[in-house]
Design a protein around this ligand. Structure first.
Ligand SMILES: [Zn+2]
Ligand SMILES: [Zn+2]
Length: 136
């Protein structure tokens, strides 16, 4: 178990939670690709009832999956950072976005889901040229 805290990019939303390091997951689903603008999203569920919003009020978007599953997606109304997702009907488990957590470099994914829609290059990025910052 790990205590984590996190925030959106502009800092108006702050939260804390406890997570189980065995449940860190990379999601390659097309909803995550679309909603993040990225190749995949890394998520971890907060342990039941451990999520505490410390500051700010997220805006919510109800995402209805192909399966009919209804998930509330919460994001910062100012900077747009995605903060968590939770069930429309049972708000005990909050799916946290690992990139928003201050401890993110210690939070290592344990599995990949929806791999059928993974970008075809996702396993190969280690071979690309690397720069410490954006090259000029
Ligand atoms: Zn923000
Ligand atoms: Zn996904």
């Amino acid at each position: 178990m790990l205590h984590v805290d996190g925030s959106c990019h502009c800092g108006s939303i702050q939260f804390e939670a406890e997570i189980d390091l065995d449940k860190v997951t990379i999601c390659h689903c097309t909803d995550c690709q679309r909603m993040t603008g990225a190749a995949f999203r890394t998520v971890v569920p907060a342990i039941k009832n451990s999520f505490k919003l410390l500051q700010g009020t997220p805006t919510t978007y109800l995402k209805i999956a192909e399966s009919g599953n209804r998930r509330i997606q919460a994001f910062c109304p100012n900077c747009g950072t995605s903060v968590y997702a939770t069930s429309e009907f049972n708000q005990e488990i909050f799916g946290l976005r690992v990139g928003t957590l201050n401890q993110r470099s210690e939070i290592i994914p344990k599995k990949q889901i929806w791999h059928r829609s993974a970008m075809p290059w996702v396993s190969d990025i280690d071979n690309l040229p690397k720069f410490d910052k954006q090259p000029s």
